[in-house]
Ligand binder design. Structure first.
Ligand SMILES: Cc1cc2nc3c(=O)[nH]c(=O)nc-3n(C[C@H](O)[C@H](O)[C@H](O)COP(=O)(O)OP(=O)(O)OC[C@H]3O[C@@H](n4cnc5c(N)ncnc54)[C@H](O)[C@@H]3O)c2cc1C
Length: 318
């Protein structure tokens, strides 16, 4: 989609040079790994943190709702799309690693698999589990992403955030202040935007050994999960002590579909887009799986995937 001519009343107060980068009616299906979702009313991919902050404040002054996304790998965006401004962090990449101390400073848009590989090459241990998670550092912090026994909060020291609803400077929050729990942080409830993160890993390890562990983790995931099809990873949080995938598989729900949404035949906690799925298909299939598991086991499955925009009441699961 080409840059739209901005209405004069919206141009006022835009960060310098960003008028042309702000695009109108951009399909968010292209910015989510599920490949579903309607348009963002306004959309931009800032390349510097000051642009990010400036655009967020501009949206507030214009009275436009703001949504920040990373790699879109844990998002279900409604077919109607999102009103206001959507800012995608994926161009805000970069990281500095200190092989001696194990300290890493990473921009919010840095891909987590890139960081895991760089850490391994520097002989830093801790992020071997992160190589198969196709998200950004910012998204990993917000979601407390984790796999294979590791998670973000274990290695995170602090994050730099800003509050788009106020005019103050960006500020630092320590890891202990983020209310981390299983796939949870307080940033899921508060509208703070992550600009960068500082991790401390284990230093002084053999890069070849860390690299081998990292590659083995990736191989084990790609052989047991449907990486070749559009998905959002695991749809449901595990209802401890159970595994969501095992509960779904035991009910014979692999292959169950609504429109273009299908419970993966490789891993039952994944729903894949078989080609032309709508967000409403995903939403209805989620509700159908929840209903079947509730009826059979009396267990409520809670989606891990974050819904953005408005969704009607699912009809087929009623
Ligand atoms: C094939 C596949 C495998 C996966 N495997 C795993 C796994 O093993 N473990 C796991 O935990 N997850 C997994 N996921 C899910 C997903 O990759 C993670 O949740 C990831 O951390 C999301 O990062 P993201 O950048 O894509 O965030 P998005 O999906 O873009 O956003 C997720 C949430 O974070 C918010 N957000 C994103 N960036 C920022 C920011 N900078 N500031 C403030 N808020 C922000 C968004 O508003 C949204 O609420 C998988 C996904 C896929 C597609």
């Amino acid at each position: 989609m080409e840059a739209a001519a901005l209405p004069a009343e919206l141009g006022a107060g835009l960060p310098v040079g960003l008028g042309a980068e702000l695009r109108e009616a951009v399909s968010l299906a292209e910015f989510t790994t599920w490949r579903v979702g309607g348009p963002a009313q306004w959309f931009c991919e800032p390349e510097h943190n000051d642009q990010m902050v400036g655009l967020a404040r501009w949206a507030r002054r214009q009275g436009l709702p703001l949504q920040v996304i990373g790699a879109g790998s844990n998002l279900l965006v409604s077919d109607e799309g999102l009103a206001g401004l959507t800012l995608c962090q994926r161009r805000l990449q970069g990281s500095q690693l200190d092989g001696a101390t194990g300290l890493i400073e990473a921009q919010a848009g840095e891909p987590i698999p890139t960081l895991a590989r760089r850490a391994a090459r520097a002989g830093l241990g801790g992020l071997e589990w992160a190589v198969g998670i196709p998200g950004t550092v910012g998204g990993a912090v917000v979601m407390n992403a984790g796999a294979q026994g590791g998670c973000t909060s274990e290695w995170l020291q602090e994050v730099t955030v800003f509050d788009p609803n106020r005019d103050g400077e960006p500020f630092v929050l320590a890891s202990r202040d983020l209310a981390f729990a299983y796939r949870h942080s307080r940033l899921q409830q508060e509208p703070l935007v992550v600009l960068s993160a500082r991790f401390r890993l284990r230093a002084g390890l053999d890069p070849a050994a860390v690299g081998q562990r990292t590659s083995a983790n990736l191989r084990s995931r790609t052989s047991s999960q449907p990486y070749q099809q559009p998905s959002c990873g695991s749809v449901f949080r595990n209802p401890e002590p159970h595994k969501a995938g095992q509960l779904i598989e035991a009910l014979g729900l692999k292959g169950l579909s609504v429109g273009g949404a299908e419970v993966s035949s490789l891993h039952a906690n994944f729903i894949v887009n078989t080609g032309a799925a709508l967000a409403s298909d995903m939403d209805e299939l989620i509700a159908l799986v929840q209903q079947r598991v509730r009826q059979a086991h009396g267990i409520e499955l809670h989606p891990e995937v974050q819904r953005l925009g408005s969704f009607g009441e699912p009809t087929r699961a009623a």
